[in-house]
Design a protein around this ligand. Structure first.
Ligand code: SF4
Length: 724
């Protein structure tokens, strides 16, 4: 029996796992006691990885051979890899030559490893000459990226997991940590046991399992977070809680923000957010940390996730929270700082290699000509195009409009996960050629593929991922991929090599990689001198010393745990910037026609579209089926008994679900989990097209800065379904 150290593929906590196998079949998994993210613990999803990976049912659902659909709607036919990649190259080259490079798009995933991401990004921006490369991480953390850059000058979470043990106040905003990041919640419970004075503020419209543990639950009206954070700053200024010496020495732009928050009086903030004035006062006092009476400021750590990010006001929400940390000097010391949590296992690695349409390698900006020139020089190409690429929602809107004609979709399921499914379906139908690179055969998106390429899954591939605390961990293969499936790295690299033979014949290859480590070394070199410099790191070091945090520049013996301890920020003047951004209410406020606020989110035991977790019966023990959760009083008002079917309708479509009563959901609100797709949740678009899943309802409106869509809010109505 062999043991292989690797990393859990489910969430951004990035827990270490030890895979047990006989070299052909995975038989067990346990937490890695040496991994600093989890110290041996695993949650319900992580501890059943071996069952989901090895279950016979999973194998039946795996995509084992390349498949080609001779025409749309026809049954796919098997073909060999050589033929499959030739067809893909023919199709992409043809579109590029006929319509230009911006007629193709690559839509990637936070499930990809850093090296996979690196190759795809270079393929699109360096070889094809388009910035149309984006990722499902756009749905997850692009507002966090924009928030950090707008305030701290770089996309770098400054805190670390160990800060949980040093904090006096934890401020959790828009995160049901107990379900979405369970091992982090165990660490919070540990911290609370060790330090009973630790107090928890949770900002969330719902009384989630996390909110139920809070010392102060701020159940604000959906989408009003910026008003709350501006109101807290107003209150801190009123009470004299701000750290004026820190503001003067280490920040800029405070006066403009001071003017902005003047209108967010206690009364006005309470009116907008629906919170009690006394609770806002308490939150401001606890956050500032000056209430112990000894004159010392106690540290506050903020944890935040999709409730802030998935919003048309997402960047402002992130930045307004970071403003509070800067105003109180709550950053750069043990137990203090803003700390965004990444949803996916490698959303952070994708950011590092610039795997978004507006970014370049090593946190460089596409909009910066000097950065484009640096990356072109590193890659050995003439230039990187300046034209901004399409972000996730924009990419599918462009395909629906006929502007993008060839789509390459890797390890993600946009026909379930993107908002406004009617538009996404039209995009997939209208595109001339759709490649879907996937481990699983039956995803909603696979049904639209002209070419299906079988990809290796967890436990079958090599590379690295980076978790929420900037820690790079190795992912290792314990068993070979089934059938003819290949790693994402080798699929991307071979396609790139074949395409470059057509687009730049006779020139040295841009993709001369013997394996993932070679691509990683190229990425490492691109970080030299940047905020995430890892030139002192090697795979041998990851092997010998275990996972490491960045930055880790040449000469350093270990990664840096915490950033900005010296009060110097990666901005032109070395100072952090207060972001003066306006509060904008949700894009679709409730009204007489659509009187409910719909919220969507994750369950404890399921992952994304359930292609992995949905194969295991025990993971349905927690929540067995899709349902819309409503407050009991709303159930009574709508004359709904528990489990009765209800039409949930937004401006974009309608789905039918059982209704269940939940005291956790406030009046006038509804909650639907995001996991169930076409097999379980049927519905129709507003034009009558048959559609499925909660994203029939959700809005494509996105934050103008981060381009992250407002998946956390749509106005809906509910109508009891009459049985025929
Ligand atoms: Fe995996 Fe996240 Fe659970 Fe850790 S907390 S075991 S990374 S799903």
């Amino acid at each position: 029996m062999a043991e292989t150290r690797s990393t859990c593929p489910y969430c951004g906590v990035g827990c270490g796992v030890i895979i047990e196998s006989d070299g052909t079949q995975i038989s067990g998994v346990r937490g890695d006691p040496l991994h600093p993210a989890n110290f041996g613990r695993l949650c319900s999803k992580g501890s059943t990885l071996h069952l989901t990976a090895a279950a016979p049912v999973t194998l039946r659902q795996r995509l084992l051979h390349p498949l080609r659909r001779p025409e749309r709607g026809a049954a796919p036919q098997r073909l060999g890899w050589n033929e499959a990649l030739s067809e893909a190259v023919d199709a992409f080259e043809g579109v590029i030559r006929r319509h230009g490079p911006d007629a193709v798009g690559f839509y990637l995933s936070g499930q990809l490893l850093t090296e996979d991401y690196y190759v795809f990004n270079k393929l699109a921006k360096g070889l094809v000459g388009t910035n149309n490369v984006d990722t499902n991480s756009r749905l997850c953390m692009s507002s966090a990226v924009a928030g950090y850059k707008a305030t701290l000058g770089a996309d770098a979470p400054p805190a670390c997991y160990e800060d949980l043990a040093h904090a006096r106040t934890l401020f959790i905003a828009g995160s049901n940590t107990a379900w979405a990041h369970p091992i982090l919640m165990r660490r919070i419970e540990d911290a609370k046991r060790a330090n009973p004075a630790l107090r928890l503020i949770v900002v969330d419209p719902r009384r989630t399992e996390t909110a139920a543990l809070a010392d102060l639950h701020l159940a604000l009206q959906p989408g009003t977070d910026v008003a709350l954070f501006h109101g807290l700053l107003h209150q801190m200024l009123w009470e004299g809680f701000t750290d004026n010496a820190y503001i003067a020495a280490h920040t800029s732009g405070f006066e403009a923000l001071r003017s902005r928050v003047r209108e967010f009086t206690l009364r006005e903030t309470a009116r907008i957010t629906g919170l009690r004035e006394a609770d806002i006062v308490t939150a401001a006092k606890w956050f500032a940390g000056l209430d112990s009476g000894d004159g010392r400021r106690a540290p506050t750590l903020s944890l935040y996730c999709q409730g802030l990010n998935q919003s048309r006001n997402g960047t402002a929400k992130n930045a307004a929270l970071i403003n509070l940390h800067l105003a109180c000097g709550q950053i750069g010391q043990p137990g203090a700082g803003p700390f965004s949590l990444t949803g996916q296992p490698n959303a952070m690695g994708g950011r590092e290699v610039g795997g978004l349409s507006n970014l370049l390698s090593a946190h460089r900006d596409l909009a910066n000509p000097a950065h484009r020139a640096e990356v072109a020089r590193l890659w050995g190409v003439d230039d990187v195009p300046a034209q901004p690429g399409r972000t996730a929602v924009e990419m599918f809107e462009a395909a629906a409009d006929g502007e993008i004609k060839a789509l390459w979709i890797a390890c993600t399921n946009p026909a379930q996960s993107l908002p406004d499914q009617a538009t996404v379906r039209r995009a997939l139908q209208r595109a001339e050629f759709v490649v879907v690179q996937e481990a699983f055969r039956d995803t909603a998106t696979a049904a639209f593929a002209d070419l299906l390429l079988p990809a290796a899954s967890w436990g079958e591939k090599e590379g690295t991922v980076t978790n929420s605390e900037r820690r790079i961990s190795r992912v290792r293969a314990a068993v070979p991929a089934p059938g003819e499936a290949r790693t994402d790295f080798s699929i991307a690299t071979e396609f790139a090599q074949r395409l470059e033979a057509r687009l730049r014949p006779g020139k040295p290859s841009l993709f001369p990689y013997a394996g993932p480590e070679a691509a990683w070394l190229e990425h490492r070199e691109s970080t030299r001198g940047r905020d995430l410099d890892i030139t002192g790191l090697s795979w041998a070091m990851l092997e010998g010393q275990g996972p490491q945090q960045w930055p880790l520049p040449e000469g350093a013996t270990e990664g840096r745990q915490r950033l900005y301890e010296d009060g110097v920020f990666p901005t032109a003047d070395g100072k952090a910037k207060f972001a003066d951004l306006a509060y904008e209410p949700v894009a679709e406020p409730r009204d007489g026609r659509f009187p409910f606020s719909l919220n969507t989110g994750r369950l404890r035991d399921q992952w994304h579209g359930m292609s992995r977790t949905g194969v295991l019966g025990r993971l349905f023990g927690h929540v067995p089926e899709a349902a819309v959760e409503l407050h009991p009083q709303e159930m009574a008002r709508l004359k709904l008994a528990e489990g009765e079917l209800v039409h949930v309708t937004s401006r974009r479509g309608s789905i039918v679900l059982p209704a269940v009563a939940s005291e956790a959901v406030p009046l006038t609100q509804a909650f639907i989990p995001m996991h169930w797709g076409s097999e379980f949740v049927s519905g129709r678009s507003s034009r009558g097209e048959p559609l499925a899943g909660v994203n029939v309802l959700t809005s494509p409106t996105f934050c103008p800065i981060s381009k992250q869509p407002e998946l956390k809010h749509a106005a809906v109505k509910l109508l009891k379904a009459e049985l025929p």
